[in-house]
Design a protein around this ligand. Structure first.
Ligand SMILES: [Zn+2]
Length: 287
């Protein structure tokens, strides 16, 4: 007997609807704003819902919505920094959209309506986001993982070949958060919030120059940036093989930083510190 035959018609319908909804994929549109920010529009066509992910500003978002013919229904925020929430209130005023953010940051996410916490899901129609708390860059940072769309919106926690700086949290927290994200499938697309790839890659090469995957990736990145093409999203699988912050086990990295230990946290902490020093020295080139 088919397993569904044992269920009542209502249950069968619910089961089928659930399966259907688990398959709902987002249409994702990237909007470059300000110097190096990316805002994303997440469109769920079946339910005709559209969310803006970390709208740093409002006007380019309204312009993109108009071009796409989409109506803004939601804002999803990853954390409270102004280059992620700066457009919240103006967009809410213009569209009446609902704002979703971290419960523990409810006092500093402008206009927040729906508060979410680690392990909860947020449904944009049939598109389901798993919410994960990833402290480190800030205390209240969250990410939205839409697994059916292979899409992770990770704000300033992980970047292409990089990770967020420790503006509030500790290296221990950020390492634990990155470890959580590393458990996701290789085909997960990393929709981070900034085009920092070239500068991150220059640092990555400084600690792991013999990594062939990294050398090749940088060639591609440089070619894209020369034409003004976005390097985001990348794939988690690529990050695993080229992002120094995810590679404490690399013997070359351990050698470069003079730490041969099994203690991943110590290695991560040292790499994070070196990246800050590298940024300070190279600021005139990268910022
Ligand atoms: Zn930030």
């Amino acid at each position: 007997m088919h397993p569904l035959a044992m269920l009542s018609p209502t249950l069968i319908l619910n089961t089928l609807n659930k399966r259907q909804s688990e398959m709902t994929k987002l249409d994702i549109h990237q909007i470059p704003v300000m110097r190096d920010n990316y805002v994303y529009l997440l469109h769920e066509a079946d339910a005709d819902l559209t969310a803006a992910l970390d709208p740093a500003v409002h006007e380019p978002v309204l312009e993109a919505l108009k071009q796409k013919g989409w109506t803004l229904t939601h804002i999803l925020n990853t954390h409270h920094h102004n280059d992620h929430v700066g457009g919240n209130l103006a967009l809410k005023e213009a569209t009446g959209c609902t704002i979703v953010g971290a419960k523990i940051d409810n006092y500093r996410i402008p206009g927040i309506d729906i508060e979410v916490s680690d392990g909860e899901i947020f449904a944009l129609g049939g598109a389901i986001a798993n919410v994960m708390e990833v402290p480190g860059h800030t205390k209240g940072h969250i990410v939205y993982w839409f697994d059916a769309s292979d899409a992770l919106f990770c704000g300033d926690t992980m970047f292409a070949m990089g990770c967020g700086r420790l503006s509030e949290g500790t290296a221990e927290e950020l390492w634990a958060s990155l470890t959580k994200l590393m458990a996701l499938p290789d085909e997960t697309r990393i929709y981070c919030a900034h085009e920092y790839t070239q500068a991150n890659g220059a640092f990555a090469l400084s600690v792991e120059p013999g990594n062939e995957a990294l050398v090749n990736r940088m060639k591609e990145v440089n070619a894209k940036r020369a034409k003004g093409i976005s390097t985001v999203p990348s794939l988690l699988g690529e990050e695993r093989s080229t992002n120094p912050f995810l590679r404490p086990n690399s013997s070359e990295i351990q050698q470069t930083i003079g730490l041969s230990t099994q203690d991943n946290l110590s290695i991560f902490t040292e790499i994070r510190k070196r990246k800050d020093d590298f940024n300070a020295v190279n600021r005139q080139y990268f910022k």
